[in-house]
Design a protein around this ligand. Structure first.
Ligand code: XMP
Length: 512
């Protein structure tokens, strides 16, 4: 199977570029992000099927504003400029871009005067999302203006003969309800692409690549219970079968039922050989008396690696490869597709430092939602596919203060109630994470006839796009009420429940 010709998104402002690339993938077309100043020579080598110039925060007239090599428009590759991308395209090709003083922000009515190639699926009036101060006031020679808004005379323009298109609005955001229809016209009509980027295709391609890379060497994979490592492991298993050894180090710091679920799913259901090592006592012993969050992380990370190495050494033939669930956003953030930089934060315990293993990263090209679709296609159960992000150091960073077996039991029981109530209310898809935190302060309460002096549990539920920022979730009072009364009634040692109403920043999602 040959690799698909990509649609390359030229990045003029990272947050916009990622969203565009994700939307292109939602149209089942493969896309990648490249810097805005990618050289023409590189473009000729990559042979993209189309180019999309992203939006960005700069003004085309600001000193040092990212500019486009005009040669880009005569490569014979279809180009769609979005917002800043349209302005930069206009400027490069002889149009006029001005600061009219009419700043447009938010939902705006687009009047479609000419359906042309790009807007053919839109009605004559449609809501779109705008966010700009500069405006294209005259399209470059050869372009047809196809739409306008009250304050933007060139809200969309095109020169289909040269394969050049521009829109001032943002088709990639959810606030432009028909945005995907515009992107599909560009991809399918202008670029002549077919919707061929599907989970089944992704799997087939990944399996082929893994076989090429690993051959008949041995590979190791650490399962964490999360979706990324599970999907990575399954892809590699599909490619190389029993020369893959999956190791699941049970730190005892997982949530209720999680360890059993990993074992059931992999060993019993999917029949992937799994080495399950139960080390909760060892982890607890090393954590005794430790209260500093970063020390907890270090201890857990280091011990995890030691256990993993020890198991791997005893597991049979010496492995040459280590499977890692690195995702495309990690690759973008580390700055280069070739940099094998792995953030320890994203892994259970970081890479074994002195094991000289080559990396197999079957998810390097995928966004999280694609990983989930691939997981579904591979037969992973819903509970793993849709699992919330969970920190590598596990419940240890959700117990403020010392981690003991008893306190683990307390936070685990409270967390189960939070999970159950979130699920019962059907809120899981809206939440980034929801969990319980156990504090070490004590407060007075009264239960039955007696005075209690016990710990509080804090419920934390947040919405977020990417965990960089987050807002506290406005959970319905009834849901909070059920969580609160159940936790106090069912979890011994807890006499008070609080709800965390801090956003990130200034707080973080986790308490430690
Ligand atoms: P914070 O608390 O920094 O969390 O707002 C952001 C996201 O990262 C997760 N998190 C971790 N993940 N190891 C991990 O693998 C860690 O040490 C860790 N600390 C926080 C957190 O759950 C949230 O999704």
């Amino acid at each position: 199977m040959t690799d698909p010709r990509p649609v390359l998104v030229l990045d003029f402002g990272a947050q916009y570029a990622q969203l565009i690339a994700r939307r292109v993938r939602e149209c089942h077309v493969y896309s990648e992000i490249v810097p805005f100043d990618v050289s023409l020579a590189e473009l000729e080598v990559r042979r993209p099927a189309g180019l999309i110039l992203s939006g960005g925060p700069a003004s085309v007239y600001a000193p040092g504003a990212p500019a486009i090599d005009p040669g880009l428009f005569s490569l014979g590759i279809p180009v769609l400029g979005i917002c800043y991308g349209q302005q930069a395209m206009s400027r490069a090709l002889g149009g006029r871009v001005e600061r009219t003083g009419l700043r447009e922000y938010g939902r705006t009515t687009l009047a479609v005067d000419e359906p042309g190639v790009l807007l053919a699926d839109l009605p004559s009036e449609e809501t779109v999302w705008m966010s700009h101060s500069d405006t294209v006031t005259a399209a470059p020679p050869g372009f047809l203006v196809t739409a306008r808004t009250a304050s933007t005379p060139v809200a969309a323009m095109e020169d289909p003969r040269r394969g050049l298109f521009g829109v001032q609005f943002h088709p990639e955001v959810a606030h432009t309800p028909r945005g995907l229809d515009v992107m599909k016209r560009f991809l399918y009509e202008a670029c002549g692409l077919l919707p061929e980027w599907t989970p089944a295709g992704v799997i087939e391609r990944a399996v082929e690549r893994i076989r090429l890379q690993v051959g008949d060497a041995h590979a190791l994979c650490a399962l964490s219970g999360g979706v990324d490592s599970a999907v990575a492991a399954l892809l590699v298993y599909k490619a190389i079968g029993k020369t893959l050894t999956c190791v699941f180090v049970d730190t005892g710091l997982l949530r209720e039922g999680e360890a059993e679920q990993v074992v059931d799913t992999f060993a019993d259901h999917l029949h992937v050989p799994l080495i399950h090592v139960q080390r909760s006592e060892q982890f607890l012993a090393r954590l005794a008396g430790v209260t500093d969050p970063e020390r907890k992380r270090r201890i857990i990370g280091e011990l995890f690696i030691r256990v993993f190495e020890e198991v791997a050494r005893d597991a049979g033939p010496e492995p040459r490869f280590l499977v890692q669930g690195t995702l495309y956003p990690d690759v973008i953030e580390s700055g280069s597709r070739t940099a094998a930089k792995i953030k320890s934060h994203h892994n259970v315990g970081g890479l074994p430092a002195d094991m000289e293993l080559e990396l197999v990263e079957p998810l390097r090209d995928l966004f999280k939602d694609e990983v989930r679709k691939v997981g579904e296609e591979l037969g992973l159960p819903e509970e793993i596919v849709w699992r919330q992000p969970f920190p590598g150091p596990g419940l240890a960073v959700r117990i403020v203060g010392e981690v003991t077996s008893e306190r683990l039991g307390t936070v685990r029981a409270a967390d189960r109630i939070v999970q159950e109530e979130v699920r019962r209310a059907g809120l899981a898809p809206e939440l980034w994470q929801a969990f319980a935190v156990l504090l070490s302060v004590q407060s007075v309460g009264v239960m039955g006839d007696g005075r209690t002096y016990e710990n509080p549990v804090v419920i934390r539920a947040v919405t977020s796009e990417d965990a960089m920022t987050a807002d506290w979730a406005r959970l319905p009072y009834e849901v909070l009420e059920r969580m609160g009364s159940r936790i106090v009634a069912e979890v011994p040692g807890v006499n008070r429940v609080a709800y965390d109403i801090s956003s990130k920043p200034p707080a973080t999602i986790e308490w430690e």
